[in-house]
Structures are given as structure tokens and as C-alpha cells.
Design a protein around this ligand. Structure first.
Ligand code: GP9
Ligand code: MN
Length: 419
């Protein structure tokens, strides 16, 4: 019942000591174009293969956007879907399984739903089967009006590679879907080409080959380079379609693409003797960009997580929801003791990094006494436990101001499924 929620609400409220910043409402009323960048990790940004940049477009993009260089991915087994969950709800995904499958029928106060109530039309665009990750059931619960999936795209052998429609084609074909939406809209586009096992025909390989016996890593560099190119042309196409100026563009990496099986080559690529637990955690950083046309942007180095995207976005849109609950924070406001918790309980603060029971000093990269991390450890555990309690107990049903949903909920769950 409601009392279970109130303890959690006092916790999240106490964490929310976030004043307005000069970014409040900076993108008020604009369309939101969100891009989930498949398997993109931060370590490739600014890097080269045989002197050729791996991400020429994103390197540039980082200079004219708010670029959050210390954002960590917080996903679990639900991979892309967990990243979506974090971004839309500012809750944590579960420690096992995919919350998209296990709790699609829950009540949420997700960003699309909040934006819908503020006059936005909300859509997802992704050229894969609509039932993948149970998206067709989950999206209505998050507040999406429309889901463009594989049936809405022309997918031929020539336009496909690996998992399906190539990103460049996907973006091209998405333009007319975006043009068909009522404005302002909130549209999330989910890329696919940079997905394991990173397959790409010769003519799309734009980078010299990275010489290594680890084929997966070499191919990853190629598909990252390809996605970078696809993003570059997408922004051009948005400009041509007249959809750039009146939008805010939010790009995020969903989760890692290079698993621990490939750390030997990662170590040699990064010119490190080995990937220690400290390095492995630092590799969990994913790029996050908030690009507002007309803004110069800047690099924000504060520790951040995907859970922070929703409050950050609402802040730049100038929206203060009537009913809301989130674990993340607005990244434009200064936080004295920022804490980013990963799904496995590891965490990162301004000074320390904690993983597998060891506390490290980020500056020296060496273990320090456990006591240094202890004050954060309790908070980290609490965050995950509270979030789990909400998901397992479907507690947002009891959120004050959320009552209107109870009526809607009387509709059979299966009828809410995306058409
Ligand atoms: C599938 C795509 C990839 O539609 O989002 O999912 P992933 O395997 O990365 O979770
Ligand atoms: Mn993914």
C-alpha cells in the first residue's frame, strides 16, 4: 500500500536538493530526439586506428554539445531494454532478467508519459521485431503513443547487415516517420548496427583494419565508425527536414559492447599492461550528449549514470511533473556528493570507485582503506533496494497525483498493447 512508498519518497525527496540552474527550460517546448547508440562505450571517443579517428563525428559533437564524459551504464541482463528503462523511468533495472519482460504491467511515471501530459506526442522508432524485449507490451506502460518497428521500414538484403536494417538506412527512413508526428514530439530512435558480433559489408567499412587476432574487437571498431557516420548523416537529414533547429538531441550509449573476454586486446589498444577491476569499471562509461541547437555546450565531468537522464531532460525542458519519483539527479545542478551506482553494487563517487569489495582512489587508481567508501556503501545499497521494492511491489500505483492511472488500469492489460 501507500505507506510502503512513503519511506522511499522521503528518501528520494531528501536526495533532491537541486536548485534551478540557468539550464532550466533552456529547450522548453522543443521536440526531443533521443538516440540509443548500440553498444557504444566512451573509451573509443577521441581514439584512432592507424591515425584515422574512430568517431570523427562524435568527437566534433562533443565540442558543440553538453557532453557528459563520466556517465556510467547501469544495465543488467536486460541490456538495451534496461538502458531504456533507466532513461525513461529513472529507476534501476533488476539484478536479474529484464524488467521489460517481468514488470511490463506495472504503473510507472516515465518521461514519455509525463511529456504526453505536457502536450507532447511520444514515439519509439526501431527497425526490429516489435516483440523484441517485450517492447510492444512495455511501451504503452511507459506512455508511448506510437511504436514504429520493422513493419514500418523497408528492409531488404541490400539494406541489412548483422541484426537487421543498417543504421544509415534506418535513420534515412525514420525522417519521414518523424515528419508525420504531431509536434512537439518526443521520439526515441534505437540503433542496431553496432551490435555483437559487429557484422558489416566491406563497402561500409570506413576504417583501416585494427590488426589483432581478436576479430571481435577489430570489427567493433568498424561498426562504431559506421554508426558514427550514420549519426553524422542523421543530423544532416534532420537539418534538411527542418527538424533540427526546434529540437533537443539527446544521444546515449546503451551498455558495453566489448565484454571481459576481450580485455587482452583492449589492454593493448589502450596501452595498459592489463585490465584490472578498476579499469574494467572505468570501461563501463558510455557517452551522453545533450545537444541544444544554438548552445555552445561544454564538457561536464561530474560522475553520472543513465538513471540521471530523465531528471536532466525534464530540467532543460522546464517541466516539473506534478507526480514524480526518481532516483537520478539533474546533471546540470551541482551535487556535493554525487554517487553513481551500478547494477552489481559497484559505485563511483568524485573521489572513489568501489568494486568487488575493494575501495579505490580514482586519482592514484590504487586500493585504499575500505572506510573511505563506507559512507557511500550504505547509500548505494539503499538506492538499489528501494528501486527494487518499487518494481517488485508495483508501488508507483500509490504515488499521489498518479490516481488517474488507476482508472485507465481497469482496461485489460492486453488491450493496452501497442497496435
Ligand atoms: C534489439 C536491440 C539490441 O532490438 O535493441 O538489444 P540488446 O541485445 O543490445 O539488448
Ligand atoms: Mn544494446
Amino acid at each position: 500500500d501507500g505507506s510502503k512508498l512513503s519511506e522511499i519518497q522521503s528518501y528520494t525527496a531528501s536526495r533532491r536538493v537541486q536548485p534551478d540552474t540557468n539550464m532550466f527550460g533552456a529547450a522548453r517546448g522543443r521536440n526531443v530526439i533521443l538516440v540509443s547508440m548500440e553498444s557504444l562505450q566512451s573509451f573509443v571517443l577521441g581514439k584512432t586506428v592507424q591515425e584515422e579517428p574512430v568517431t570523427p563525428f562524435l568527437n566534433q559533437w562533443a565540442k558543440n554539445s553538453y557532453y557528459f564524459s563520466n556517465m556510467y551504464q547501469q544495465t543488467g541482463q536486460g541490456k538495451t531494454s534496461d538502458a531504456e528503462f533507466l532513461i525513461e523511468t529513472s529507476l534501476y533495472p533488476l539484478d536479474r532478467g529484464s524488467v521489460f519482460f517481468t514488470h511490463a504491467g506495472n504503473e510507472y511515471v516515465a518521461a514519455p508519459e509525463i511529456l504526453q501530459r505536457h502536450g507532447y506526442y511520444t514515439a519509439v522508432l526501431h527497425a526490429n521485431q516489435k516483440s523484441f524485449w517485450n517492447r510492444d507490451y512495455m511501451y504503452p506502460s511507459l506512455g508511448f503513443n506510437r511504436y514504429f518497428h520493422d513493419a514500418d521500414y523497408q528492409i531488404t538484403p541490400e539494406t541489412s547487415a548483422g541484426w537487421g536494417l543498417k543504421d544509415r538506412e534506418f535513420f534515412q527512413q525514420s525522417i519521414r516517420h518523424l515528419q508525420s508526428l504531431p509536434q512537439p514530439f518526443y521520439a526515441k530512435l534505437i540503433t542496431l548496427s553496432n551490435h555483437f558480433p559487429f557484422e558489416l559489408p566491406k563497402q561500409d567499412q570506413l576504417l583501416p583494419e585494427y590488426a589483432s587476432t581478436d576479430r571481435i574487437f577489430s570489427r567493433y571498431m568498424q561498426t562504431v565508425r559506421y554508426m558514427d557516420e550514420a549519426l553524422r548523416s542523421f543530423v544532416e537529414e534532420l537539418k534538411d527536414a527542418g527538424l533540427y533547429e526546434n529540437s533537443v538531441l539527446v544521444f546515449y550509449g546503451d551498455h558495453y559492447g566489448i565484454s571481459a573476454n576481450h580485455y587482452q586486446v583492449v589492454a593493448s589498444y589502450l596501452q595498459k599492461p592489463e585490465i584490472r577491476p578498476f579499469d574494467a569499471l572505468q570501461l563501463q562509461r558510455v557517452p551522453f550528449f545533450v545537444h541544444i541547437p544554438g548552445h555552445k555546450g561544454k564538457e561536464v565531468t561530474a560522475v553520472a549514470g543513465q538513471v540521471d537522464v530523465k531528471p536532466t531532460l525534464l530540467h532543460v525542458l522546464g517541466i516539473v511533473p506534478k507526480a514524480d519519483l526518481h532516483f537520478g539527479r539533474n546533471l546540470f545542478a551541482k551535487e556535493e556528493k554525487p554517487l553513481t551506482v551500478l547494477r552489481d553494487g559497484s559505485f563511483i563517487t568524485s573521489q572513489y570507485l568501489y568494486t568487488a569489495g575493494t575501495c579505490y582512489d580514482k586519482r592514484t587508481e590504487q586500493p585504499v582503506r575500505h572506510a573511505a567508501c563506507r559512507p557511500y556503501l550504505a547509500r548505494a545499497k539503499k538506492e538499489l533496494a528501494y528501486s527494487d521494492r518499487i518494481v517488485y511491489g508495483d508501488l508507483l500505483r500509490f504515488l499521489a497525483g498518479n490516481e488517474w492511472k488507476r482508472k485507465e488500469n481497469q482496461t485489460q492489460f492486453h488491450e493496452r498493447r501497442v497496435k
